[in-house]
Design a protein around this ligand. Structure first.
Ligand code: PLP
Length: 370
């Protein structure tokens, strides 16, 4: 073996690899199981929008062509659905790419980003990629946003503030009044990133996805994804909505062909598929209630969720219970990566999947008592 002197950028020392939910095939292979249930990545248990699947099939014969670099048809479809102008949109290779692009477009070394904690890990990733610093602001003890603390964390070095609502992994949200107070108070040179990846699942009357603030011209960018309600996580597509000048800046760092042709076709169809959206919302609302009821019967504390997942408190045995669920072919997400070592996050599945989870959880808790 030759000795290599290649030196990575210093800031990469901060970056930990992303820990995704284990894929079904891997658990099946490792444990020799045939029926594995994945409730770990907040995917849509109904599957993809059928209209999107049809659009993908129709696009296959054209795969020798490069995709549209501007994703114009997808932008137009999204814009008309959400009452925005196409110039207020950037279509990206998943919402994750938008976070990287925003980081590349706005962060200098040693700039600061204000992030809620615990929350989605990609915000931190974007900051570290650019040598910027994170300023985490803890949620309250019951996982609500602390608006005063978010505002107090702002310094002259702050460039971005992230608000994840509904928040992953807690399922809690920032009510419209709190969002408005932040946007009306915060210095105008700070871009507020409103991550509303789960907006379609949020049923509270005082919820805001942030899009109204984009339409009103505030310095915000709203992140949305086709991975959750639209059931297209595997094909990678999402978008950002922001004032046109913000979009123009972000477009400067975008690779020309960032979104593949099948994803563009799928998104254009999925965004108009109200039937699939409504069915997905209903399955999720029923599933959340089913899980809540099950957790109450097991005496487990949970956080009411506006997303398609529920954070449950299992106490000191949480990691062991997570592992026992895995051994029984049920994949959930252990909370350790968020500093929630006593919790797991469980995605809402189909009724029978939720039931299988609850039955197995009961058995594991019972074994522990015996
Ligand atoms: C899933 C998710 C995203 C985007 O995911 P992509 O699959 O990259 O589109 C963004 N933010 C949060 C909080 C998420 O949970």
């Amino acid at each position: 073996m030759q000795h290599l002197d290649i030196v990575p950028r210093q800031t990469l020392k901060n970056i930990k690899p992303y820990s995704p939910g284990k894929p079904i095939w891997e658990v099946e292979r490792e444990l020799g199981l045939t029926r594995v249930i994945k409730l770990a990545s907040n995917e849509n248990p109904l599957g993809p929008s059928p209209k999107a699947v049809e659009a993908i099939k129709n696009s296959i014969p054209e795969l020798h062509r490069y995709p549209d670099a501007g994703a114009k048809l997808a932008s137009a479809a999204i814009a008309s659905q959400l009452d925005l102008k196409p110039g207020q949109l950037i279509v990206t290779n998943g919402g994750d790419e938008l976070i990287s692009l925003v980081s590349e477009a706005f962060l200098e070394a040693d700039d600061e980003i204000v992030i809620p904690a615990p929350s989605f890990s990609e915000y931190e990733f974007g900051a570290y990629l650019m040598g910027a610093r994170t300023v985490p602001v803890p949620l309250t003890a019951d996982f609500r946003y602390d608006v005063d603390a978010m505002l107090a964390a702002v310094t002259p070095r702050t460039k971005l503030m992230y608000i994840c609502s509904p928040n992953n992994p807690t399922g809690t949200y920032l009510p419209e009044a709190g969002l408005r107070r932040i946007l009306d108070t915060i210095p105008k040179h700070i871009l507020v990133v409103i991550d509303s990846a789960y907006s379609y699942f949020a049923s509270a009357d005082d919820y805001s996805s942030g899009l109204e603030f984009v339409r009103a011209g505030y310095p915000v960018i709203v992140l949305q994804t086709f991975s959750k309600i639209f059931g297209l996580a595997g094909i990678r597509i999402g978008f950002g909505a922001a004032p046109e000048s913000v979009i123009r800046t972000i477009l400067k760092v975008k690779e020309p062909f960032n979104v593949n042709a099948l994803a563009q076709a799928a998104a254009s169809a999925a965004i108009t598929d109200d039937e699939h959206v409504q069915a997905s919302v209903q399955v999720n609302e029923k599933g959340r209630e089913q899980l809540y009821k099950g957790f109450r019967e097991l005496g487990l504390a949970y956080t009411e969720s506006m997303g398609n997942f529920v954070l449950v408190e299992l106490g000191p045995d949480a990691q062991s219970i997570y592992e026992q669920l895995l051994a029984r072919g049920i994949i959930v997400r252990y909370g350790g990566t968020w500093g929630l070592g006593g919790h797991v996050r469980i995605s809402v599945g189909l009724p029978e999947e939720n039931d299988t989870l609850l039955v197995n959880l009961r058995a594991i808790l019972q074994e522990q008592k015996d």
